[in-house]
Ligand binder design. Sequence first.
Ligand code: DC
Length: 228
Amino acid sequence: MKGDLIIAIDGFSSTGKSSMSKIIAKNLNYTHIDSGAMYRAVTLYAFQKGFINNKKIDVNSLIDHLIDIKISFKKNDQTLKNHTYLNGIDVEQEIRSMEISNMVSPISEIPAVRDYCVHLQQEMGKNGGIVMDGRDIGTTVFPNADIKIFITASPEIRAKRRFLEYQQQGKKISMYEVLKNVKERDYIDSNRDYSPLRKADDAIEVDNSELNLDQTVDKVMSLIKELK
Ligand code: DC
């Protein structure tokens, strides 16, 4: 297989897109880019600067400061995993909190935020050899991607996966709250006017409700080999 393909993996939240994309990129010796981490980093920045108060976003101030937001991915020496950096600081843990999850969809609805992140994603992936996961990679970021996969699973199964992750991290969040967040994000992500979450016409859909991570990776790897 060529070493410079662009592989787009889109789908709903908590389908395990990032975990599978990471493994697939490693198998192919490609770079993995978690595009959702960028929207999460912008959301964290907005909190840090006080641009989010009582769930209200000061959109104009955030837009004025987009130029000051530098997002990068770098291997962490301790975990040996790729971490997200916001203006040079490792924010990998912080961006996964429930506080960020609750505000990331409204932040990623802002057209200027999307333009900023999409441009960054296109720069990071332009030479190929990447597996990028997100919501609009196959439709907007790389409409000419070599391979497009769209992952789905039922909201209840996705919420259960996220709930177990929070439990393992010792975080006390109810299943009700997690399911509510999953459904709210599905709704906002799919119904925003600008670059909504949708399956590209030429993407292959994989429902992993009944598949674990290894089985999903096997399925997607065989699709990639079949298609290329
Ligand atoms: O993949 P994730 O759950 O970490 O993504 C967090 C949010 O970022 C998601 O609710 C919507 C937004 N997002 C987006 O709008 N476009 C992308 N390509 C990736 C994520």
